[in-house]
Design a protein around this ligand. Structure first.
Ligand SMILES: *[C@@H]1O[C@H](CO)[C@@H](O)[C@H](O)[C@H]1NC(C)=O
Length: 204
């Protein structure tokens, strides 16, 4: 009987801790330096990551990673992958420069209208991919600092709680935009306008 009470007590306390942690996550993330738009920013930053990109962060990464991404295969029934896929092609090994590998990855699908950003022509897809590569290069600098000075377990737990911290929501929205661009026309313009008013010199 006593054991049961102890277990019950533990379960109740754990669920209390879990729910309070969940509710405190925005504050916990912000106190560690994250913006109020943590989910939107991170969701955007990770939506098209691949194994090649993750290897810059950790060389032994494979497709068995847990970084959720938007599926660029638009005919697949699964819009969001639970991992970052390997997008290298059979020719990737012939190139030494990242830029050449990126061009090869994009141009290998250039005639496939059901892959990658639907309404983007190959040039626009190249520009979009290099824009994302820029973001990952910037993230890598922060990542190296985090390796030296890691955030607390509490912060990590909140960052990993993608169901509640906005990351999954942003990935779903991004998947919708790339799958149904015509239905999503105008979506997000309010936010863009707000950003422009706040910072007129900002390009985005
Ligand atoms: C996309 O997904 C469909 C359905 O699962 C599959 O038949 C097709 O081969 C995939 N295309 C690519 C480029 O991976």
């Amino acid at each position: 009987m006593r054991n049961i009470i102890v277990i019950l007590f533990a379960l109740i306390s754990i669920s209390k801790i879990a729910s309070s942690l969940e509710n405190d996550c925005p504050a916990i993330l912000q106190s560690s330096g994250a913006t109020t738009e943590f989910g939107i920013r991170v969701g955007h930053a990770i939506h098209s990551l691949s194994v090649r990109n993750l290897k810059q962060f950790k060389p032994d990464v494979t497709e068995k990673n847990q970084v959720p991404t938007v599926n660029l295969n638009l005919t697949s029934d699964i819009p969001i992958l639970s991992y970052a896929p390997d997008r290298t092609t059979p020719d990737s090994h012939m190139f030494l420069l990242d830029g050449s590998i990126i061009l090869d990855e994009i141009l290998s699908h250039m005639d496939d209208k059901s892959y990658n950003l639907k309404n983007y022509n190959p040039l626009e897809q190249i520009v979009h991919t290099f824009h994302m590569e820029e973001i990952w290069a910037a993230a890598l600098i922060d990542y190296r600092n985090f390796e030296i000075n890691p955030p607390s377990d509490e912060v990590c737990k909140c960052a990993l709680d993608i169901e509640n911290n906005g990351i999954l929501m942003k990935l779903r929205q991004t998947a919708l935009i790339i799958r149904e661009p015509n239905l999503m026309l105008g979506y997000g313009q309010d936010r863009a306008k707000e950003q422009c008013l706040k910072n007129p010199s900002s390009p985005g």
